[in-house]
Design a protein around this ligand. Sequence first.
Ligand SMILES: NC(=O)c1ccc[n+]([C@@H]2O[C@H](COP(=O)([O-])OP(=O)(O)OC[C@H]3O[C@@H](n4cnc5c(N)ncnc54)[C@H](O)[C@@H]3O)[C@@H](O)[C@H]2O)c1
Length: 301
Amino acid sequence: MELFSGKTVVVSGGAEGIGFAIAQAVGREGMNVVITDISPEMLKTAETTLSEQGINVLAIKADARKERDWNQVANAAAETFGAIHALVNNAGVGGSGSTGPIEEHSADDWQWTIDVNLMGVVFGMKSIVPHIKTAGGGWIINVASMAGMSGVPYAGAYNATKLAVAGLSEGWSMELAPFGIHVAALCPGFVKTRIYLSDRVRPSEYDDSHRSLVTSDNDLDPEKMATGLSNEVKNGIDPHLLAERVIESLRAGDPYIFTHPSFRDGVRERYAMIDRCFENAANSPVVGKVDSLILNSDVFS
Ligand SMILES: NC(=O)c1ccc[n+]([C@@H]2O[C@H](COP(=O)([O-])OP(=O)(O)OC[C@H]3O[C@@H](n4cnc5c(N)ncnc54)[C@H](O)[C@@H]3O)[C@@H](O)[C@H]2O)c1
């Protein structure tokens, strides 16, 4: 099936960074591109840039946290381009609002991060999937992160939402395959964007007056980590390179899109650690008893 040419994609958080780069790359492959974002100024600039490159673009101010906005985007995209074949669930926030020691992380920090990074993805799926089904199939990229591949200290809310998006994408991939819809979780390492400045788009309803970082001599010192993470992002890969990789990986049909092979050993170690814990369970006399209880249970007979 043709993935790009003549098809229509919706990209959330498409005004800048990774979302903009993917919108531009698939637009150059011949897709009609619908970009949405919470930031109207950046959205206008992005729309102008894409349209000057000859890409068919529709820009809509929409808040990924709001299901109503997603429904309006879906209707406008289908009305303008006739059908929707693809979705890039990209809008996300990070930086100081979603990282820090557990005791410093306010309920509002958690809520904002969950509302954008997790519920934004869920609402995107709910609104756009019916249109992709009607179109007879297509593809979806949910933007997770390498932080969706393992636990990350001092990154509680961000880590939780990215683990959720990676796991959900695996389930949705199985659920939507019968409809000809390919679902992939994009798990980049560090990419040079303004994500470490996400507080610029933090709505005022989430209080942020409590913020103060604890320092310590610990190797995992939170302040050093916060600075280290933003430096890693500043030195990250170019989003346009990531977008090229996304196109390559979509063509290959990968369920996970990776951009940083340097993280591979860490993921291997995590799976080896999990396997060791299973091995301990398999050798446990207690589990042996549980197994025989399950096998002797009426439920399974
Ligand atoms: N930059 C990295 O190193 C990196 C690594 C892994 C994953 N990611 C993920 O990539 C995605 C894009 O991030 P980025 O690095 O391009 O950051 P970015 O800050 O450059 O871009 C994020 C975009 O999302 C928009 N946005 C924020 N809240 C929104 C909302 N409520 N509704 C609609 N739009 C909203 C912003 O205005 C911005 O245009 C995020 O999901 C992020 O978690 C980034």
